[in-house]
Design a protein around this ligand. Structure first.
Ligand SMILES: [Zn+2]
Length: 318
């Protein structure tokens, strides 16, 4: 290790340990483990950063455990058809995406040939270069592609894959035929202006992107809260469905309904703040997350404030 590498390494380590100790202080281990360990199907691969759960024949959900390791950070998945394999998300690092591609080879029997990015946030997209050798068909919304390009800092692999990516239509769903199985990419909005979900009818499985968080309070950084609230309700299916959230363990309909109550509660808090004319910081300081909702991790201690702030901006512009 050179001196510079070593300094960088130690710097990173310090950042990580500071993060870990903050998380440990805020969320005692037994509580945190209760939801992070809940699985919906057999675990087919496991690392510090997450695990792959089988959620149907030829279907796997990647459930990241970012409180321990941020190699993948977001959730995602692998969908096998008779001819081709689709991967949802490119995760937070090329190492993470490369790991998923290798697991796809093992589990689905072939390398992924299609990659769908559910939105532009870095924890779902930064690892795109990890798929470069596979030269997959990448599917993105125009907003995702434009924001990633405008954000700069793309390496050659990322730039090339985005340049050749299929831009999804925003007016209707796109069907990707994998052979005997069709994955439908549905344009959505609310978490960002770039969202899509990846949906299967039989069995009924929905990769929700960051429109749905389970056991982790959602990030409203780029959200349009009323659209988020609406979109999440439209994801609910009558028949038994498995929902792969953007973050947190696999969800069923009861989890989705609880998540909607979480969204509604923060909306109610924001509307009260709007009526009283107090700002997001003041409203967040007095906001009490209902104990009846159970333990919801805050990725960042300011997420309640961000959510209320997003609502206040929307309410103020009405
Ligand atoms: Zn996101």
């Amino acid at each position: 290790m050179t001196k510079i590498d070593r300094r960088e390494f130690l710097g990173r380590l310090a950042g990580c340990s500071a993060h870990v100790s903050f998380m440990a202080a805020a969320f005692p281990a037994p509580r945190r483990l209760r939801w992070t360990r809940r699985t919906a199907g057999p675990v087919r691969a496991q690392e510090a950063w997450g695990r792959i759960e089988e959620v149907g024949d030829g279907l796997w959900a990647m459930i990241s455990t970012p409180l321990q390791d941020r190699t993948t950070l977001s959730n995602g998945g692998i969908i096998r058809g008779a001819r081709e394999v689709l991967v949802v998300e490119s995760f937070a690092s090329a190492e993470g995406a490369g790991w998923i591609a290798a697991r796809a080879r093992e589990l689905a029997g072939r390398a992924p040939s299609h990659v769908v990015l559910t939105h532009y946030h870095g924890d779902h997209t930064a690892g795109l270069g990890g798929y470069a050798e596979l030269a997959p068909n990448v599917y993105v919304t125009r907003a995702t592609r434009d924001r990633l390009v405008a954000g700069g800092g793309l390496d050659d692999d990322q730039a090339r894959l985005l340049e050749s990516a299929t831009v999804l239509t925003e007016t209707e769903p796109t069907r990707i035929d994998l052979g005997g199985r069709v994955a439908t990419v549905v344009p959505r909005t609310g978490h960002t202006d770039s969202d899509v979900t990846v949906e299967l009818d039989e069995p009924s499985v929905v990769w929700c992107g960051d429109l749905v968080w389970n056991g982790m309070f959602p990030n409203y950084m780029d959200a349009r809260p009323s659209a988020l609230s609406h979109s999440v309700r439209t994801l609910a299916r009558e028949r038994t469905t498995r929902y792969v959230p953007g973050h947190g363990p696999m969800a069923d309909r009861a989890d989705l309904d609880l998540y909607i109550r979480v969204l509604d509660d923060i909306e109610a808090a924001a509307r009260r703040a709007h009526e009283r004319g107090i700002d997001a910081a003041a409203a967040a300081a007095e906001y009490a997350f209902p104990a009846s909702f159970g333990e919801w991790t805050l990725f960042n201690p300011r997420y309640h404030e961000r959510a209320i702030d997003a609502w206040l901006r929307e309410l103020g512009s009405e």
